[in-house]
Design a protein around this ligand. Sequence first.
Ligand SMILES: [Zn+2]
Ligand SMILES: [Zn+2]
Length: 253
Amino acid sequence: MKIEVIGSYGGESLECRMTCLLINDTIALDAGSLAQGLSIERQARVRSILLTHSHMDHTNSLPFFVENVYGVVGGAIDIYASSETIYSIRKHMFNNASWPDFTRMPNNLLPAIQFHELLEEIPVVIDGVKFTPFSVNHAVPTFGFLIEQGNSAILWSSDTGPTHRLWELANQTVKVNAICVETSFDNSMQEIADRSFHLTPMTLRRELGKLERPFPILLHHLKPPCLREIRDEVARLKDPNLHFLEQGNTYEL
Ligand SMILES: [Zn+2]
Ligand SMILES: [Zn+2]
């Protein structure tokens, strides 16, 4: 399984692109920077997108991506998400006010995009990669994913405050190559992190105590204004398993 980190941040700045992974060239996990982080030719190879939730740092590039590949690729782009996320994207994004409704363009029978509802704990297999959605603890309904292909597996937290099922799946799954965990704010912003259902290095450390054995941990979804503080605070935890999911990197599992 090949995973390219197109965007690894929970916000946008000159250096930071918003959350988006490209898996095996054809599947995107979240679309915070799909249009900004890939050439048009590479965007045209993406046929399926899974959305963890409706927040804009995970969906922002969808309108521009769809426009870029519209008419270039044959058939609809498949977008997988929970019913709540699909409702939100239809209502607030492809609503013919913010952007054209590409679920009905060029016509109802041959649309540019089509939605597929994901159900909690029910896996879907896309191009040979198995995605099992599970609930995490965020401000809106949000799925994390267990992503498996062959002997490789990673756990993706998406956005979450202190949670349960992520760690239970890590403990139960025979082989997990890495757990990708969000760390959005530094410790001085703990109250904001709690209220917005995100983690800081302090709550991350508590969460890691739920693991029954060590795993490589890749941290992501840092908020751009907090980068230096988060990196300093994580370094002070002196945990050799903690790393950052680096934007621009390709991980071969
Ligand atoms: Zn986010
Ligand atoms: Zn969010």
